[in-house]
Design a protein around this ligand. Structure first.
Ligand code: ZN
Length: 146
């Protein structure tokens, strides 16, 4: 089992500007506030969406683009480090009047109006390294013991 425990640091509420990139905007906030571990949520609406689904057998992501306005029903994720810089791993569920889509958040989703909520966690910084078994960059035991 891999886990780590923390104290709570900064708690941030904020809004991203219309027309900005969702993941870039969230990453900029995290970098500006020097958050190295944390939890992130967001709600709001997007003008367009780009998300990904991991093909486990092929060990690669396939992408989905939705070129229309949608609500963010839920965005939830964590903040840790990958290659020495803050990294947000988030999943998002979006919907319109008829459909719901969801997946792994990637760059390329355009903000209509987004409110984010971030809790900084003070303690051991988790670092992502390549995991050959899954093909993903995951938290590894050795970084947790460091
Ligand atoms: Zn993911």
């Amino acid at each position: 089992m891999i886990d780590a425990s923390y104290e709570i640091g900064q708690i941030l509420l904020g809004r991203l500007p219309k027309g900005s990139d969702l993941l870039s905007g969230l990453t900029d906030v995290v970098k500006k506030k020097a958050i190295r571990s944390g939890i992130i949520w967001a709600i709001g609406a997007l003008e367009s969406v780009r998300l990904a689904y991991y093909e486990q057998d092929e060990k690669r992501y396939s992408e989905l683009k939705i070129e229309k306005g949608v609500e963010i029903l839920s965005l939830i994720g964590n903040i840790s480090e990958k290659e020495g810089v803050p990294f947000i791993h988030a999943h998002i569920t979006v919907g319109d009047k008829e459909n719901v889509w969801g997946g792994h958040l990637i760059y390329g989703s355009k903000v209509f109006a987004v409110e984010y909520h971030i809790i900084e966690l003070k303690g051991r910084i988790l670092s992502r390294t390549f995991d050959p078994e899954t093909g993903l960059f995951l938290w590894q035991r050795k970084t947790l013991q460091g």
